[in-house]
Design a protein around this ligand. Structure first.
Ligand SMILES: NC(=O)c1ccc[n+]([C@@H]2O[C@H](COP(=O)([O-])OP(=O)(O)OC[C@H]3O[C@@H](n4cnc5c(N)ncnc54)[C@H](OP(=O)(O)O)[C@@H]3O)[C@@H](O)[C@H]2O)c1
Length: 190
């Protein structure tokens, strides 16, 4: 069982633009082959930050949503927030705050033999990384630059570096890179 950060980023390292828009990503449609289907079939528990959750509320769930669809996940989902946010009928959503290590323990139990997906944003993934709980990064790099926005992973990871496990090409817009995250010196889980 692994804890994974699976996401798409611009070439210059942003997962959303400065308005929290993903239009730059959706212009490509579903071009990543069977990558997501294979990935999500092995996921048993999900975590995300409040901005990501609110993006789903605004764009998929709300009456005025521009991309209306049901809550997309069957897996139990932990949403990190210090606020009281709207719930979604029929979705297994657990609002939490504070130390990611406590939540990660709950997620391990729920996930069984499956993986844990940290959807984002970047700093929440960084909190799991800081605690030595992040095993893999699977990132699809889109052929766009945004100049500013929500950062992919606002942490310094240099020595030891990430270990590149694979690189795949999807069409003429995406490169999917899979990295193993090394054990690092400032791991706070010990
Ligand atoms: N390209 C992609 O595939 C992709 C994937 C995921 C997300 N996104 C987008 O990227 C953007 C990410 O936004 P973001 O950087 O603001 O990140 P985020 O992680 O979605 O949201 C950050 C917020 O989460 C809450 N939070 C984080 N850690 C917490 C903790 N330990 N305890 C309590 N609350 C915590 C805080 O909200 P409170 O103010 O409520 O405390 C914080 O302001 C979104 O627009 C999202 O839609 C894109």
């Amino acid at each position: 069982m692994k804890t994974q950060y699976y996401t798409a980023t611009s070439l210059d390292g942003f997962i959303a633009d400065s308005q929290n828009s993903l239009d730059w990503l959706f212009q490509f449609g579903e071009v990543q082959g069977d990558s997501y289907a294979n990935f999500i079939s092995e996921v048993g528990a999900i975590a995300m930050g409040a901005t990501t959750y609110e993006w789903i509320l605004n764009h998929h769930i709300d009456e005025s949503a521009d991309r209306p669809q049901a809550w997309p996940y069957e897996q139990p989902t932990w949403v990190f927030t210090s606020r009281i946010l709207p719930t979604i009928e029929g979705a297994d959503i657990r609002f939490v705050k504070g130390d990611v290590r406590t939540v990660h323990q709950e997620m391990i139990v729920a996930a069984g033999n499956k993986n844990i997906w940290i959807v984002g944003g970047g700093d929440l993934v960084g909190q799991f990384y800081d605690s030595g709980l992040l095993d893999e990064i699977i990132v699809s790099i889109a052929s766009v630059t945004l100049g500013s926005g929500a950062p992919l992973l606002p942490r310094t990871i240099t020595t030891p570096p990430l270990k590149l496990l694979s690189a795949k090409v999807y069409g003429d817009a995406f490169a999917e890179l899979r990295y193993e995250v090394p054990v690092h010196a400032d791991d706070k889980s010990a």
